[in-house]
Design a protein. Structure first.
Length: 306
């Protein structure tokens, strides 16, 4: 167990300095926003801890002892510097600056984040951004990211992070016209079990919905990749039916190079979340980027009339 001198409270030092600077215990209590009795007790504790009288007090006046003067001259500049550091930190946090580390799945990063990143960098010259491609659930605290974007079609597991849902990605099935022509005229979800598919890694079941019913269908993918462009290339080559974000396939569909398969059986949307370290005060750079994301997503929803 430590000695008394090892357990001096920093608040006691601050209370002593405030009494000297304000001239009275009453004024010091007002400056510190605490009861006068607390200030008096703090000074007494400090005197006891260092074994020296710091203030001579009478009913009418108060003066520093020699020991008190020496202590004040040594300690007061330290508290002044701490206050300066606080102000400097607050001023720094008002600027969007420093390095922002982001993790994102490839598809979301390429299709949605690129524009936001460029606009944010242009708006804040003192900000740098590092973007790393990461699939699956990412722990931003353990892996040192300021923001980690994740895409899921199920609920997020509980974690020590803040999760903000920012986007839904519509998905659909597409195929080359040559392959689509060979499909049954009234194709049903169950038929996919015996057909070539192009999926993301680990996908062994595709789930559909119709009239409130959930329809899980086991699949055997010929190719698995997180890269939607690669899945579409394989689909364009007639190698299988691909599940892709519709925004990635809309140009190919408009040009007739791909066709929708079973559009009457909607797939659950891919939900995009931003995972943030659970901090009481988010850095200004994080807040600025999230504001830019929310502004962009809101503008896209307005354009779609949603």
């Amino acid at each position: 167990m430590g000695s008394v001198s090892e357990t001096i409270q920093w608040n006691d030092w601050e209370a002593f300095c405030s009494v000297v600077e304000q001239g009275t215990f009453t004024a010091a209590a007002a400056a510190l926003d605490c009861p006068k009795s607390r200030v008096s007790a703090a000074v007494i504790r400090l005197e006891t801890a260092i074994g020296a009288k710091l203030l001579e007090r009478t009913t009418r006046r108060m003066r520093l002892t020699d020991a008190g003067g020496a202590v004040y001259r040594d300690v007061a500049p330290l508290f002044a510097r701490l206050r300066e550091i606080r102000q400097e930190t607050l001023a720094r946090e008002e600027r969007v600056q420093g390095m922002l580390r982001i993790a994102t799945p490839y598809e979301f990063g390429a299709q949605q984040l690129g524009g936001v990143i460029c606009r944010t960098l242009a708006a804040h010259p003192a900000l740098d951004i590092t973007v790393e491609i990461a699939q699956g659930l990412v722990d931003p605290i353990r892996e040192g990211y300021d923001i980690a974007f994740v895409t899921v079609d199920t609920d997020l597991p509980d974690s020590g992070t803040i999760a903000r849902r920012i986007w839904n990605v519509e998905r659909g099935l597409v195929a080359a016209p040559s392959l689509a022509a060979s499909l049954p005229a009234q194709i049903q979800p169950e038929d996919l079990s015996n057909m070539p598919t192009l999926a993301t890694p680990g996908a062994s079941v595709w789930e559909f919905s119709r009239d409130g019913r959930r329809i899980p269908v086991p699949i055997r993918p010929r190719m698995q990749t997180y890269n939607a462009e690669l899945r579409m290339q394989a689909a364009l080559a007639g190698l299988g039916i691909a599940r892709v974000p519709m925004t990635a396939a809309e140009t190919e569909i408009a040009q007739g190079r791909l066709v929708r398969v079973m559009p009457d059986y909607p797939l659950p949307p891919l939900r995009v979340f931003a995972l943030l370290p659970d901090r009481r005060l988010q850095p200004r750079k994080v807040r600025a980027f999230m504001e830019a994301i929310e502004s962009m997503m809101g503008a896209e929803l307005d354009a779609l009339g949603q």
